[in-house]
Design a protein around this ligand. Sequence first.
Ligand code: FES
Ligand SMILES: [Fe+2]
Length: 339
Amino acid sequence: MEHFLRNRWYQYGFSHELADTPLTRTIIDMPLVAFRTNTDVSILLDMCPHRFAPLSTGRVDDGRIICGYHGLAFDGAGHCAANPHGKITTALRVRSFPAVERHGALWVWMGEAALADPALIPDLSFIDETPGTARIHFTIAIRASYRLVTDNLLDLSHADYLHPDTLGGVMTGVRPTVIDTDNGVAVEWENRNVVPPPRFRERVPATQRANAWTRAEWQAPAIMLIKTALTQSGRDRSREDEVWALHSMTPESAGSTHYFVCGTRRDRMDDVEYSARLRAMLQHAFEQEDKPMLEDQQRRIGMADPDSLRPILLSIDAGAALARRKLNRLIAQEQVADA
Ligand code: FES
Ligand SMILES: [Fe+2]
């Protein structure tokens, strides 16, 4: 059985996914429902304590969620707010999970509520600083472990093989630099004097040479920041050249992942057609290339822990291997603390 890190914020979704109707999502095997109360977001166990109907099939009214089966109403803290069949007792309650809306995203704390400090949500203010016209969002359901998605993003050499027509062409042969950060792992690739890959041809034309830089910053258990820049050879890179993207690989279960991506950029920020072109290209890469490969890998290994199958390790795997060790250590520490 897979053990997940519980005392952490997981991305539940994007703010724009939650409007007037409840949004249900299973996170680390726990069925949850999110809904909006007057100013806040609430997340409850998506199971009515009466006959276990999913609350998400009910409706939201005046900041309360009303079960669609026999009409019990619960407030954002999970307390019963109305019982059409009799008295309200303290037993009439449903488990609530700490929830925060920040950086255009919804965050849920899956562990002990007393430890849920919003300051532990990663600083993603670059998203808030980017106008909506320059943000690109994806929500992709992947039938594969979040561990495989993490491996995928910490070893971007795969881009040359899996995404040859879009993102690839600048990775193979570059020795990645692996950095052990305080709360995670960062991997950096830099390749000078390359032919610009198709994804960047609007920045550097194919007739010129470019410097390609990418940095993937992982934080346990399931957050990745990917920063890329392609600049004309001979010119120094500035923050304006960098494209930053949040990739969250929130585990749904041991073998499935909610993959959330929010890409931002600092150039042509009002150009919605440019955003649409980038979005189409990235969507093709993630949905038609990464997702099938990850799902094929998962099918091959079944529910086995990949490490138990003794994979051969290549030089490109150093970052992913370090992240795996860190994650396993954190999970083991949490289990000891819980015991
Ligand atoms: S199952 Fe929800 S009120 Fe009966
Ligand atoms: Fe990929």
